[in-house]
Design a protein around this ligand. Structure first.
Ligand code: AKG
Ligand code: FE2
Length: 202
């Protein structure tokens, strides 16, 4: 179901139940989105992520970076990272995201997917360091990619496309009842950057 490719209504919950997800569509002008994309791609100290799966240590092709209000230590997929302090651009994006979503965040995980071969598998963002049922705001730059939710018990799926400069907000019980993933695709050959603003409680 490619429901939301053209239709964007930030007041509509795109989940049928057990959580709230709002898609705002593009929240910055195209030239500004291009600027952020280039700037982030070229200046963020990107590092490969390490995940532990089935007893194996896997180094992802996707690269990550982690920023916050304080040098938080955060365990993500079994590896511990220390947050860097906001760059001026990230601070700007954080403020814009906070005002549109009417929430606050104290940290941000960045991912760069160099091409469609890179994605992220099914997971929910429910690590113990995260505020329980705290909002997670996802900003995307670069090539449009499909994003999918799957209900943990009914297996119902909801798909949408995350465009250049767009904002998606997941809140309430979403992480408790739904998984999400960024499926790999052979059709995409250019990079995408994603920022997820979160609230850490330590
Ligand atoms: O790249 C995306 O849109 C998803 C990223 C994500 O789910 C995460 O960082 O937890
Ligand atoms: Fe996630």
């Amino acid at each position: 179901m490619d429901l939301f490719r053209n239709q964007i209504d930030p007041n509509q919950n795109i989940l049928p139940k057990d959580g709230t997800v709002n898609y705002f569509g593009p929240i910055v002008a195209l030239e500004k989105a291009d600027f952020y994309f280039e700037q982030l791609l070229n200046t963020i100290p990107w590092e490969h992520d390490v995940v532990h799966m089935f007893g194996k240590r896997i180094v992802t092709k996707r690269k990550v970076a982690w920023f916050g209000d304080k040098p938080f230590e955060y365990t993500y997929s079994n590896s511990t990272k220390r947050a860097l302090f906001w760059t001026p651009e990230l601070m700007e994006l954080k403020k814009l995201t906070e005002s549109l979503s009417m929430e606050t965040y104290n940290s941000c995980l960045l991912n760069v997917y160099h091409s469609g071969e890179e994605g992220m598998g099914w997971h929910s963002d429910n690590e113990k360091e995260l505020k329980q049922e705290g909002a997670i705001a996802s900003l995307s730059f670069g090539v449009e990619r499909k994003f999918v939710f799957k209900h943990k018990s009914t297996k119902e799926k909801v798909e949408l496309w995350l465009g250049h400069g767009s904002l998606l907000v997941m809140k309430g019980e979403t992480q408790t009842h739904w998984l999400h993933r960024l499926p790999p695709t052979k059709k995409v050959r250019t990079p995408r950057i994603n920022l997820t603003f979160r609230t850490i409680e330590l």
